[in-house]
Design a binder for this molecule. Structure first.
Ligand code: MN
Ligand code: MN
Length: 288
């Protein structure tokens, strides 16, 4: 089965993605932005420690810093590390994240964010909208993250894509690897017109996209056997090679990305940190 993205016709009053805003993307700088934030995690804290741990794994002498296409990532002239945001909490933190991302994209930079929990993607997408308008999003995740609220929190890491749709930030959302769908989130997915390739269907479905895309990679899309350093174990997930293949086979511009939900307090011998660094290298190579 093949799927073409975007699947849903835009309605008459929905502005199309601002294609002109991508015209210089091949020369753009890529900013790596650490977003240490876990205040809206619902089950366990710890993802606040993610960004420096991913950087350490990237620099680990146990591996090298080349992507699989042999592009050297370390010291690349188009990649700069902006360091970590110094965040408050709640609405203040969301405004800080949105503002930082907006400042970078308005300089024509692409942003690869290191989380932090998945709640950060909502303010990141708000920052992107300042320049790009509605954008298409590829979400790799065990969870749909479409709750209207979780335990009364509308900004939970279980809700970012509901908030993003309500603010008109997303053109089309394709979710890959989902394996926790429930009745409420199914209703939300139908309301927002979300396209889903479940973990069950992944092996028999080709991930095809059209148009520039933002990639939001929740590490729990992976089977916990590959990535135990996360908060929510959901067995039956994808392999590291599955995810790398999705990234490698993207034949559309990647205008931004985030890698979220690394929880170093749950990791074993930094093996999930090494996975995060690996997918960071491959995403950066794809974004160049
Ligand atoms: Mn998520
Ligand atoms: Mn998840």
């Amino acid at each position: 089965m093949g799927l073409t993205f975007p699947f849903n016709a835009l309605t008459a009053n929905t502005p199309p993605p601002n294609l002109e805003s991508y015209s210089q993307s091949s020369q753009s700088m890529i900013s790596i932005l650490g977003i240490p934030y876990d205040a809206d995690s619902s089950f366990l804290k710890g993802t606040v420690h993610g960004p420096p741990v991913i950087r350490n794994a990237f620099r680990s002498p146990s591996s090298n810093t080349s992507a699989e296409n042999e592009v050297e990532i370390n010291g690349h002239s188009q990649i700069q590390d902006e360091g970590d945001l110094d965040l408050g909490s709640g609405q203040n933190a969301r405004e800080q994240i949105e503002s930082a991302v907006r400042n970078l994209v308005m300089q024509d930079n692409k942003v690869l964010s290191l989380g932090g929990d998945h709640s950060i993607t909502y303010p990141i997408l708000r920052g992107y909208a300042s320049k790009h308008g509605k954008i298409n999003v590829l979400q790799l995740d065990a969870h749909p993250d479409l709750y209207d609220n979780l335990n009364g929190n509308r900004y939970s890491h279980a809700c970012p894509f509901a908030r993003a749709f309500e603010d008109g930030l997303i053109g089309n959302l394709l979710q890959v690897g989902i394996r926790t769908m429930n009745t409420h989130q199914r209703q939300q997915a139908e309301k927002f017109g979300v396209d889903i390739i479940s973990a069950q269907d992944f092996a028999t479905t080709v991930v095809e996209l059209a148009g520039p895309v933002y990639v939001s990679l929740d590490l729990d899309v992976l089977d916990p056997a590959f990535a135990p350093g996360i908060s929510h174990y959901e067995p039956g997930g994808l392999s590291v090679r599955d995810i790398l293949s999705v990234i490698h086979e993207l034949d559309v511009p990647v205008i931004g990305a985030d890698i979220v939900e690394l929880n170093p307090t749950r990791d074993i011998q930094a093996m999930t940190a090494m996975v995060a660094a690996k997918v960071m290298k491959e995403l950066l190579a794809k974004m160049l």
